[in-house]
Design a protein around this ligand. Structure first.
Ligand SMILES: *[C@@H]1O[C@H](CO)[C@@H](O)[C@H](O)[C@H]1NC(C)=O
Length: 284
């Protein structure tokens, strides 16, 4: 726990947390039409309450920029939500595309990147995106990923974007030269799949050491989407364990993390609510 006076000093000297939050904000923004993105308010308050924490917030209307092809998917709820995200200086809003392990047609991925770029042409509100999240990236097809990432950087031209590659597992160090952020672990805390097979368990330092190449920690990201039950070592999922995990990530200089307690379908399920995550990351 960092003392209050250190926190005050940190805010005076412009301290930025070592680890930021990479939030896959896949929940729909609104409960009722035109409610000002009511379902995103817990994320927006967590962002406001952690001004020294950098946030990468991934938005995803429909496995991509949405079926309308229009900025904001021509949806007032998305337009409201994204413009509220963009009002925060510690947020970069990132558009979702799916590469399906290098099986999505490149032309389709590129067409979606072009639509994401077009969100920046909307004039009634700032719904521009600052980067692209490439989901389901293949650890074995460097050329495919290099092609679509180069396309994205060119499409956005003079705007320097953030590219995030979701391998979900350890990826070769060469990918760190083309992806700004590399998701090197994505799993539940400790669970089985529907056939009863054990999925990769999150083991804090052990996972960090084995999945992120040495020297690349600041580009590395860890996503734990079902932080419930008990960890592999028997520790109960709790806000104390969350704090311990984010502290270890910070000590290792790991750039980004996400912990949530109900897949990607809720940001308010305890113990890893978005607010608890923000507090844990902010305290280092
Ligand atoms: C492109 O975006 C559309 C609409 O969001 C989505 O249905 C489609 O799966 C996306 N394709 C790829 C390759 O991301």
């Amino acid at each position: 726990m960092v003392s209050q006076s250190l926190l005050v000093l940190a805010s005076i000297i412009g301290y930025t947390a070592a680890t930021g939050v990479l939030l896959p904000l896949y929940v729909y923004p609104s409960l009722d039409f035109g409610d000002g993105a009511a379902l995103w308010q817990p994320a927006l308050s967590a962002i406001s309450s952690s001004p020294n924490v950098p946030w990468l917030v991934v938005v995803n209307p429909h496995n991509g920029p949405g079926l309308s092809g229009q900025p904001g998917d021509a949806d007032p709820n998305y337009i409201s939500g994204v413009s509220q995200l963009n009002a925060h200086s510690n947020v970069k809003t990132i558009g979702y595309v799916r590469t399906n392990f290098a099986a999505s047609p490149i032309a389709e991925v590129e067409a979606n990147i072009t639509i994401w770029k077009s969100w920046g042409t909307y004039t009634a509100a700032d719904i521009s995106v600052d980067g692209i999240f490439f989901d389901e990236t293949s650890t074995s097809d460097f050329n495919y990923l290099s092609t679509v990432i180069s396309f994205a950087r060119n499409a956005f031209g003079s705007k320097a974007i953030t590219t995030i590659c979701n391998f979900g597992v350890k990826a070769d160090v060469q990918f760190y030269s083309i992806c700004d952020v590399v998701i090197a672990f994505e799993s539940c805390l400790n669970c089985k799949d529907s056939s009863g097979a054990q999925l990769p368990q999150y083991k804090s330092q052990t996972t960090i050491t084995s999945n992120i190449p040495s020297g690349k920690q600041s580009q590395g990201a860890i996503l734990v989407h079902d932080f419930v039950g008990t960890a592999a070592d028997g520790s109960a999922a709790s806000t104390a364990l969350l704090q311990q995990y984010t502290h270890t990530l910070a000590l290792n200089g790991v750039g980004w993390c996400y912990f949530g307690s109900a897949g990607y379908s809720s940001i308010t399920t305890p113990p890893a609510t978005v607010g608890a995550l923000a507090a844990a990351v902010a305290s280092g």
